[in-house]
Structures are given as structure tokens and as C-alpha cells.
Design a protein around this ligand. Sequence first.
Ligand SMILES: Cc1cc2nc3c(=O)[nH]c(=O)nc-3n(C[C@H](O)[C@H](O)[C@H](O)COP(=O)(O)OP(=O)(O)OC[C@H]3O[C@@H](n4cnc5c(N)ncnc54)[C@H](O)[C@@H]3O)c2cc1C
Length: 496
Amino acid sequence: MHLPKPKCEIREDGPTLERYSTDMSRYHVKPMMIVTPRTEQDILEIIEYARSIGAPITARAAGSNLSGNAIGRGIIVLFNGMDRLLSENDSRVWVEPGLVYDRLNEIMKDKGFFLPYHVSSSKYCSVGGNVATRASGLRSIKYGTVDTSVRNIRFASPVFGMVDTSKGLPEALAKGIIGIKERLLSDKDAMEVLRSKEHLKTSMGYNLWSFNKYDDPAEIVAHLMVGSVGTLGLMTGIELELRPIPAKRVMLVAFFDSLPTASRVVASISLLHPSLLEVMDAFGTDMLRSSSAVPVPDDASATLMIEFDSDWKEGEAGALKVLGDHALSSRVLQDPKEQETIWGLRWKMLLEIKRRNETAEKRYLSFVDDLGVPVENIHPFVIELESIFIEEGVPVIIYGHIGEGNLHVRPLIGKEHWKEDLHRIGDRCFKAVFRYNGTVAAEHGAGRNRAALMKEEWGEAVYGHFLAVKMLFDPENILNPDVIFSDADITEGLDF
Ligand SMILES: Cc1cc2nc3c(=O)[nH]c(=O)nc-3n(C[C@H](O)[C@H](O)[C@H](O)COP(=O)(O)OP(=O)(O)OC[C@H]3O[C@@H](n4cnc5c(N)ncnc54)[C@H](O)[C@@H]3O)c2cc1C
């Protein structure tokens, strides 16, 4: 029986449906309805209504993801209105999921705390979107991904109603979690894969490590929500542990003749516990050169940005030693204003790349945008990546969180054979990633551009446990289908 429509704000007009057919990816899927809940009761009603009409539900906050995971053919639930700081107690805060990352840090600045991983989209992305995608960023090399900051989650579930992990779990959910934990921990094949990727930064698939890491089923559930891309429940509250704002930050900028030369020193520098270790290839280095923020050698075509926010004297000395003869030149920036100029450039990389080079005939499509390998393999991986794009004759821009083995790779794809190019180039890059036991989504979350790679990345054994988790939380598959469990071709629903 169809239930009446939920009582919260509903929009079904053409322009609104069109607006929410896309996110920051170029996927396009038309929804049937856009709802804006204000309370948890609204969300429970939406879930019941969706079940009664057999429509899927997709949560959405800022829509800044690059993987098509905040769009869907059913009901889009907008969370940007649920954006309050609910409570604070020293370094612990409870927030609503729609609260924007920078806004939280602005509020907490005077109290001396911050949410530390630092997504580059921090001006507009939400904490809920971060949790759902297992986001990380510029400073996760020191502070870990959002998972490290999450303590508890409140969420609405189609099976269990409202769940608050700080208050314990409904019995059936606790029992289900214990059952999956027992089966997973005794599955040698799956555990071997999980252990082999324990130190890899990845946002692809469910956070199964939580079964091994935590004894309390409620803690396991809180951390399973991290990276679940809206497929296990609709979050209404998130408890975070913030970190003290460091008294001082010191930045080094080092210039290299090539990206492979820059990548050669990365694994060693990452051992010095920097708070940031970023790379920019020739494109970013040129941006820096034309900004006149720092002198850039004429023959430089790659830049490393290195930051220390504690033990900075040792860090700086250690980094300069490692840079040694590899760097063309390097410069220590103590002045926060100078650091901010460099930051500003790094911050706007993606938007700048698109602004400068995209036309109706050539686009930077997101498909190899978030590759990751263990940092000890970053040097050979960079060499391999470069040779793929040279052989393909395709211009590419590479930058990102190299200290964690995470590179944002942006090939400029021509319109004429774009589907074939996506398949061929994707195939070559993904094969290289898997050879290094890496990931195709280090921080941007699973989504329409990667679901079909889930089995290849994790293997059948681990994938089977992903399915068990999904069956426990959402056996009717109404929460954001097609972003984790799907064999759909990468180009399905993708606009050029
Ligand atoms: C210029 C640029 C730079 C970026 N840099 C980074 C970066 O440094 N690091 C990084 O990790 N990502 C980065 N991203 C990607 C993106 O900003 C992140 O994935 C971000 O976490 C998404 O947040 P959002 O609020 O936009 O969520 P959305 O895009 O709206 O949604 C993302 C996912 O979260 C789910 N979701 C949202 N709210 C809820 C909820 N209440 N309950 C359950 N599920 C929910 C959605 O269903 C979807 O699956 C960047 C993107 C851009 C455009």
C-alpha cells in the first residue's frame, strides 16, 4: 500500500529535478522527488514512504563528490539544512551532518580545536558527506582520515529505526554485527587481503577493519558508517573528537626537474611525520611560477609542499637532508602569509585546471581522479603513470596527497572517442594500481565511476562480507543502490 507523501518540504518540478540530477561528477540520473527533512521524524517518514512505493533513497549534502554518489533515480534527501553544531564538550562535538567543514572549524577556532584532515573542498563540503565518503585531505598524512575523528553516529535505518551508537544498539543489529565479525575474522582469505591493505588510504567499500579494531558492536557500527556512501543509513548526528590547533606551522617548498624525481624522496620524507606532503606537476608549478609567490627555477616541472606543525626543527632539518641533491632548490616558509599564498594556489587546483583547459571538445572526466598505492611504491607508480599517458598521447595533470600515496590524475579527454579512451586509459591505470595493491578511490568514496571495480580491488572473499553488511542494514536495497554494488559500465549515465 502506498503511504501518503512525507509532510516535510517536497519538490517535484522539472527544473529542481534537473538541478539534482548531477553532482560534481558528470553523471546524470533524474530523481523523482527532492525532500528537505528538518527532523529525524521527517527522515523516518521519508524512509517508510519510499519503501511503500518501492523507490530508492539517496542522501545528499553539498553534492561536491566527484563519483556520482549523491544522485539517484528515486528520492533525494537534502541534508544541507541540518547543519547545526548540536553540543560541545571540550574537544568533543556533536554536529548535524550538513554542517560545512570550514564552518565547524570557524566556530571552534576560538576554543583552540579543529577538525584536522582538511579536505580541499572544505569551503562547501559537509561533515556528513565527509563521513559517508571516508574523506581525507591535505593533513590526513598526520591526522588520519575522517574515520580517526569519528566517535559516534546517529542514523535512521530502514530496518532498525533511529540508532544512536553512543546509546548502544538494538539487539538484532548487535547480534547481526557479532555474527559478521565471527565469520569475517575466521575467513583467512578475506583477513589476508584486509591486513595487506591495512596501511593503505582507501575509501572504496565498507570499513571492514572496524570488525577487527573494535570489540563493542556499537563502535563497529559507528565506523562502518564511515565510507558507506549513504548505503547503510541516513546520518542525523555525528560525534567528533577534534584536535588542538597547533601553535605554529612551518612549510617547505621544493622544486624538481620532473615528477618522478620528486616522487623519489616522498617515502623518506613521509617517515618524518609531516603534517602535509603534497605534490604538483608542471601545471601546478607553472601556477606557482606565474603567481610570483616564491622564486621557481626555470627548469622546475614538479613541486613538493611539505609542512610540519610539531617537532618542526627536526622535521625541517630531516626534510632538507632528504631533499639533498634531488631538489633543484627549496625554500623554508615561516611567515603564515607566505604559506597562505601557496595554500591558496593548491586549494584551487581542480577548479583552476577546469577553468583553464576545458572546452566543449575536451574535458577532465573523473575516472582515474583518486588513485592510491602504498607510499613505498609511489616512485615506480609515478613512472608507470607518466609512461601510460606519454604512450597514449593524452595530456594529463597530476597532483595530490603524495605523502599518502594518493594522486589526483586528470587526463584531458577529447570528445570524439571519449568512451573508448575512458575504458582503455582506465584499464591501464587500474591495472597498475592493482599491481601495487592499491585503490581506485583513496578518498573520494565509492560511486558510479568505481562500483564495477569493487570486486577486482577487493577480491570475492572480501566482497562477500561487504554483501553481508549490506544485507544486515538494508536487505531491500533502498539506500543509494548502484554506488557500491553494481556492474554498470563506467560510462553509463555519464555525460561528456
Ligand atoms: C574541488 C574539489 C576538491 C575536493 N577535495 C577533496 C579532498 O581533498 N578530499 C576528499 O576526501 N574529497 C575531496 N573532494 C570530494 C568531495 O568534496 C568529498 O567527497 C566530500 O566529502 C563530499 O561532501 P558533500 O557534502 O559534498 O557530500 P555529497 O557529495 O552531497 O555526498 C557524498 C556522499 O555522502 C552521502 N551522504 C551525504 N549526507 C549523508 C547523510 N546525512 N547520511 C548518509 N549519507 C550521506 C551521499 O549519499 C553521497 O554518497 C573534492 C571535491 C572537489 C569538487
